[in-house]
Design a protein around this ligand. Structure first.
Ligand code: GUN
Length: 295
């Protein structure tokens, strides 16, 4: 049986970062603007530490300024809010990202909404979520933007296609559904409590899996020839006592049915940071009233 085409998110992200670096060089040369991204990490979650390190490295590689703020796990909410206020007022900082999850004693929603909407490169602020939902220009969450870029690269025009999003989080499920709607898809948001979830998924020309459950979406749930975008990153027990990363899709089954599919790792993952850098450039341009370059 013919196997699905692999969607190479790693290569796509590398080329996107190249275009971002070119845009940054142009901003420096023509407008004397160096985009700056501040990343705030509270605590010592190992996965978050890896993300933050990679963000800092790739920000610098694109020619932008990277500011890292690492705070102790027991940092008070008031101290975190005070730091964000300082960054909101710092002209060198165009993007602010507070790494999630935050420790339990901190109100995540309050923190997200304390970031200036103009610097909210995560697109999590209620104003940016509202702008996206109402079709107004917005800073938009990075993983959803990456998913739609990959789907468009695989399929071309998405207009009129059936899209099914499995997962309803504020970070991925809801915003990716909004972006697909803006591409004129017919969008269904399904989730772990959806009845006949397998049948719903089989309707999809574009199937986005973002539920956070390892290998939940089976090959038999995938319509023949569909484009499958797997947002999941789950660590499971593998062979020889080692762990391995798998997505929310059972890749080995789905690859025999789909037309195109993202691998895990190397699919959506690398797109997230690339889109974060793109949002930072966009924020720097908008704050300085300069046209946003093509990236
Ligand atoms: N933790 C996991 N993914 C993300 C993300 O996209 N943004 C932030 N801020 N934290 C995360």
């Amino acid at each position: 049986m013919a196997k699905a085409a692999l969607i190479d998110g790693k290569a796509f992200a590398t080329s996107l970062r190249g275009r971002i670096a070119t845009a940054v060089a142009g901003l420096k040369k023509n407008h004397d603007i160096t985009p700056g991204l501040a990343v705030v990490l509270v605590g010592e979650d190992p996965a978050s530490q890896v993300y933050v390190r990679n963000k800092g490295k790739q920000t610098a590689e694109a020619g932008m300024n990277s500011y890292e703020h690492k705070l102790e796990t027991d940092t008070s909410e008031a101290d975190l809010l005070a730091l964000i206020e300082k960054l909101n007022n710092d002209d060198k900082v165009h993007g602010i990202l507070v790494q999630l999850p935050l420790p339990d004693h901190i109100d995540e929603t309050k923190v997200i909404n304390s970031v200036s909407p103009d610097k909210d490169v995560d697109g999590f602020h209620i104003i940016n979520a509202g702008r996206l939902a109402t079709g107004q220009p917005a800073l938009t969450s990075c993983t959803p933007v990456g998913c739609v870029m990959l789907a468009k690269d695989a399929l071309g025009n998405l207009s009129g296609l059936e899209a099914v999003v499995v997962g309803r989080s504020n970070i991925v499920g809801k915003p990716v559904a909004q972006l697909l709607l803006a591409e004129n898809c017919t969008v269904t948001i399904a989730h772990s409590r959806t009845k006949n979830l397998d049948e719903v998924c089989r309707r999809a020309d574009i199937l986005i899996a973002a539920v956070g459950r390892p290998q939940m979406v089976k090959g038999s749930w995938v319509k023949k020839g569909a484009c499958v975008i797997d947002v999941g990153i789950n660590r499971i027990d593998g062979e020889n006592g080692k762990t391995r990363l798998v997505g929310d899709v059972d890749f080995d089954e789905a690859v025999n049915v789909a037309g195109s599919i993202t691998p895990v790792p190397g699919g959506v993952g690398p797109m997230t940071i690339a889109c974060l850098l793109r949002n930072t450039v966009q924020a720097a341009c908008m704050i300085n009233d300069v046209p946003v370059p093509e990236m």
